[in-house]
Ligand binder design. Structure first.
Ligand code: NAP
Ligand code: ZN
Ligand code: ZN
Length: 350
């Protein structure tokens, strides 16, 4: 076992504070790596603040983890010391159910996948995430980060990247597809970049026009403010695929009207309260509402390789760990361009 520093939440209302945690000894199939950068996902905030139910405190959040391998187990074949690697939202799964067998570990039905934090690992110990100095993970749940991607900009790909890549692929975004992205935050800005790289015509629907220049630079063709009521009137039946990345509850009926005949509205955001869907907002144009959660290991690797090929990564603001609490407030205020990434160097030794 090794001891490393970390930032943990101990209650729903208090700040995250510096602490120490232990990482298990490297087993035959394990990889240990120094965490170099960890992204701050809005899911970290929902979790530690109890918006998805009471977590098991203390919680060390962080599931957008990028680092460099320092030790490998005796049976490890995929990685060697010095490799650039990442870990996303889960660190294990049953490996036997039909979904795991199909590389869809995010939909594991054999007890569910093991979350990177706020879960219990196969060893019976609570899992703790990326706001820390190092981590030990089974090699089958570790991703290879292509050398051409800087580790800070690559970290958010492990959640924000795959969460948007997976539905874009599943619903076949391409040159014929009109894609709308609601919310230009961590997920949203990756959705714009990825959909544009797939050749889709991308429209951003943001609360205001404040980030318009950025949205167009990231690859959107159109950009509208949802604070302008004309936006909803003018964009009726305009999209084949809508990705909703908003962390709060929206007046969904108005947004659903923007989906064209047989189009799909994909809910990616996970706000605290249930979604309210007025029936006529989906009956009218044979619209579908769907959901999607992160992606499997193979697809996450495919996404990382796609990003390297297209020269895509996240736009990040690198911060020190003592800024985490302020960063949380800024994420909630939609005041981040477009992902906070923690430089974890100071957490490496405890
Ligand atoms: P984020 O960086 O905070 O982005 C959310 C964006 O939503 C904001 O930038 C803002 O965009 C918009 N927004 C926020 N509050 C709003 C409001 N009250 N009304 C309208 N728009 C609002 O969050 P994120 O990390 O991208 O995560 C987004 C959501 O996805 C969270 O609920 C998170 O838990 C969830 N998530 C789901 C998965 C999955 O697998 N499905 C994976 C990761 C995260 P504008 O300023 O442009 O309006
Ligand atoms: Zn996330
Ligand atoms: Zn499974």
């Amino acid at each position: 076992m090794t001891t490393v520093s970390a930032y943990a939440a101990t209650s729903a209302t208090g700040p995250l504070t510096k602490t120490t945690i232990t990482r298990r000894a490297v087993g035959p199939h394990d990889v240990r790596f120094d965490i170099i950068f960890a992204g701050i996902c809005h899911s970290d905030i929902h979790t530690v603040r109890g918006e998805w139910g009471q977590p098991s405190y203390p919680v060390v959040p962080g599931h957008e983890i990028a680092g460099i391998v320092t030790e490998i187990g005796s049976a490890v074949t995929r990685y060697k010391v010095g490799d650039h690697v990442g870990v996303g939202c889960f660190v294990d799964s049953c490996r036997k159910c039909k979904n795991c067998q199909a590389g869809l570990e995010q939909y594991c039905t054999g007890g569910g996948n093991v979350g990177t934090y706020n879960a219990v690992g196969r060893d019976g110990e609570p899992t703790q995430g990326g706001y820390s100095g190092s981590i030990v993970v089974d090699e089958n749940y570790v991703l290879r980060i292509p050398e051409s991607l800087p580790l800070d900009a690559a970290a958010p790909l492990l959640c924000a990247g795959i969460t948007t890549f997976s539905p874009l692929k599943h619903w076949k975004a391409g040159p014929e597809t009109r894609v709308a992205v609601i919310g230009l935050g961590g997920l949203g800005h990756m959705a714009v970049k990825l959909a544009a790289a797939m050749g889709a015509e991308v429209t951003v629907l943001s609360q205001s026009l404040k980030k318009m220049e950025d949205g167009l630079r990231l690859g959107a063709k159109n950009y509208y403010a949802t604070s302008d009521r004309d936006t909803f009137k003018n964009l009726r039946n305009s999209f084949d695929l809508v990705l909703n990345t908003v962390s709060a509850n929206l007046d969904l009926g108005r947004y659903l009207q923007m989906v064209d005949l047989d189009g799909v509205f994909v809910e990616l955001g996970a706000p605290e309260n249930p979604l309210v869907v007025p029936p006529f907002s989906i009956i009218g144009m044979r619209r579908s509402i769907a959901g999607s959660v992160i992606g499997g290991i193979a697809e996450t690797q495919e996404m990382l390789d796609f990003c390297a090929k297209h020269g895509i990564a996240s736009e990040v603001e690198v911060i020190q760990p003592d800024y985490i609490n302020e960063a949380y407030e800024r994420v909630i205020a939609s005041d981040v361009r477009y992902r906070f990434v923690i430089d974890t160097e100071s957490l490496r030794d405890a």
